[in-house]
Design a protein around this ligand. Structure first.
Ligand SMILES: O=C(CO)[C@@H](O)[C@H](O)COP(=O)(O)O
Length: 218
């Protein structure tokens, strides 16, 4: 099985006053998807935006809108995000009592359904749903804020997931998020990840140049 490597810039580090321009710029700069960090101030200690902002960005880009839901009870937002034009929803196993049902609801709404684990959560917590997800996101920082230091200890989970995928003949993608730059991307790739979220590295300086610097490592 060959999975395509993808760079997913996180708009958490973009200018919140110019999202329309920012998503256009990402498309022109060679990004493979837009990573959209949705935070509710409860699941994480930060508050960003909801489906209304996704809807406002939608006409400005054809890129895959990859919504990382850092919210309690993400199942409550499935219809709103589908209607807003989200392409995928990634939900935290730590944020819902009903991970299987919530993933089913995302698929039923026509979106890609993915699951994410925090640095303190073991792979065991998501084993029962690995057969139904499009992607697994392994957080390489604790969620809530951009600009944090990469946690290399999370890479063992990336390796374990890649091995489980092979043994079980599954085809989910493996995404990493947090502290990804032109050095750590290589570590994550070697561990088995193929989708790389990067916020502060992409937005520090020239966006197109920084995306190309990451792509050059893949
Ligand atoms: O989900 C999150 C933070 O919770 C991330 O998507 C960050 O936005 C990534 O930012 P950097 O670590 O690349 O600055």
């Amino acid at each position: 099985m060959t999975l395509t490597n993808k760079i997913a810039p996180s708009i958490l580090s973009a200018d919140f006053g110019k999202f329309a321009e920012e998503v256009k710029k990402l498309e022109a700069s060679g990004a493979d998807m837009v990573h959209i960090d949705v935070m509710d101030g409860y699941f994480v200690d930060n508050l960003t935006f909801g489906a209304g902002v996704v809807k406002a960005m939608r006409p400005h880009s054809k890129l895959f809108f990859d919504c990382h839901m850092m919210v309690e009870n993400p199942e409550n937002f499935v219809d709103d995000f589908a209607e807003a034009g989200a392409d995928g929803m990634t939900i935290h196993v730590e944020a819902t009592k009903h991970i299987h049902g919530a993933l089913q609801a995302i698929k039923a709404a026509g979106m890609k359904a993915s699951v994410v684990i925090n640095p303190g959560t073991p792979v065991e917590a998501i084993k029962p749903v690995l057969g139904m997800v499009d992607m697994v996101l392994v957080m390489t920082v604790n969620p809530g804020f951009g600009g944090q230091k990469f946690l290399p200890e999370c890479l063992e989970k990336v390796e374990d997931l890649a091995n489980i995928r092979e043994w079980r003949g599954l085809d989910f993608e493996i995404q990493v998020d947090g502290g990804i730059d032109d050095r750590t991307i290589t570590l994550a790739k070697e561990a088995g990840a193929n989708v790389f979220v990067a916020g502060s590295f992409v937005y520090k300086g020239d966006v197109a140049e920084n995306i190309q610097k990451l792509k050059a490592k893949l």
